[in-house]
Design a protein around this ligand. Sequence first.
Ligand SMILES: [Zn+2]
Length: 613
Amino acid sequence: MMALSTEAAERKDIPSQYKWNLGDLFPSDAAWTKAKDDLTAKLPELSKHKGHLGKSAGELLATLQAMFDFDLALSRLSVYASSLSDEDVRAARPREMKQAAEELGTQYAAACSWIRPELVALDPAKVKRFLTAEPKLGPYRMYIEETLRRKPHTLSAAEEKIAAEASDMEHAGSEVHGILANADLPYPTIKLSTGESVRLDAAAFTLHRQARNRADREHVFTAFFGALKTYERTMGSTLAAQVKAHLFDKRIRHFGSALEAALFQDNIPPAVYKQLLADVHRSLPTLHRYLALRKRMLGVDVLRYQDLYVPLVANVDMKFDPDQARAITLETLAPLGKEYTEAMRKGFGSGWTDYLPSTGKRSGAYSTGVYGVHPFQLLNFNGHYEDLTTLAHESGHSMHTFLSYAAQPYPTADYPIFVAEVASTFNENLLVHHLLDQTKDDDARLYLLGTLLDGLRTTLFRQTQFAEFELAFHEQAERGEPLTGENLSLLYLKIARDYYGHDKGVCQVDDLLAVEWAYVPHFYYDFYVYQYATSLVASTSLARAVRDEVKTGKTVRRDAYLKMLSSGSSRYAIDLLKDAGVDMTTSAPFDAAIAEMNATMDEMERILAKRKH
Ligand SMILES: [Zn+2]
């Protein structure tokens, strides 16, 4: 065990068992530099068979092998450099290495840019013959099929060149918004009831909207949204510019809608998106039940939108050191079987994880990895309950990486974005249920149930509310109607009031709230946010199935889930989930997540009722 101090330590003082081991990638910086020079010398090999891809299966194979070998070697260089840089973001040398790896990445992309267009131009029947004739092409089948799938939306070489030039301009809206939101917007400074002065930028707003003191929350919302309101018109035109870029892509690539164009990238049927919206609408009574519970727990006469972020239950003091957190995580994941937990135990003890904060270390947490080596995860473990959750979350990603790397050839080892957050949030779900199973104290139980419930509220409902708004403003633009700050706000307010039951007296949503859309960067990401909701729907449903099954002694659902974790991107995301037992083209997984939300509220209401007596 080690004591956690509140003061950031120096990296050199942290015991090695709490650090990741980048030596597993390169023994020294000098070895890294040599590897980078060797790889740079291989760039010409990437275009050796240019113009000959259709000549023989052998030339196709040689090209794909060269490309994926290069890709893997490059990822090793990149992960080493960026991880080293994250250990101390102030250090110049790692930053230079990171930039050098990025530069090589750009050269690599340019050197391979001919491959996809040339492959698309081949006769699909011929490619099929190559695949049959040359078994060594097997690992590349998904890449080849994925490239050919794009054929109907691929343009002539000359047109593609113009499209590539145009794509440089596509990010103008998002870039201007980023500069305005992150640098230039004059955010207000307010004084809280504690006497503390805070400058309310987006990060401070996210923190202080959780204030226990209601007058502080009101003040925070009014000041922050008031500042945004001043820039409503400008923010409207930056978002409109971004939407124009999405519509440009949709038109030139012959898609029926911007939604279809965006979801095509990961081969997700647009019906999955629309169904999520319909499922959420059908389940608004569950959200309203949640809001009534919140009103009761906060003890307010009228619940307002400003009351939604203060945690339902004040933090119960739980403290863990990294060893305890590891032990709890391993116990938590026991339902996934010995093989899973043993691999994780080994990983915990062998340089996968950089646990503790230190001076200059990058903030936050993430998981990455290098094929043929192992996952690497960065944490800033401070010993709170959230840090335990983060360990379970990132370890979920890392085990997904580990299992896929172990089972897949490199070309299909990385998993699709649509399933990535399933493995992490699945582990978070098992964690909270494991802790609930062991906790008798009502206060602690209420706290745990409250965090589970708030997570479901913000992810299932809020992210879907965003997804609905995103679809609505794209459709507005597709109908040829202009997008302005004013009408975006009207649209946003209508959807927000609908969700929160403003007209039904469930939760009051003030006019000023209309401008909330203006600070959300996700609206520039082209139909990304809905995946937060679908991931949580899938993981909640899968975790429920696995937990239920444990009691029966069977392992069918568990094995199917583990198979998904081992499948990388060897199949499309929707098919991977279907095989694991969640069909995202139906409402069943969503209903399971809503059932969990209602069961959580049942239990919280039981505890609250007990207290009355
Ligand atoms: Zn994650």
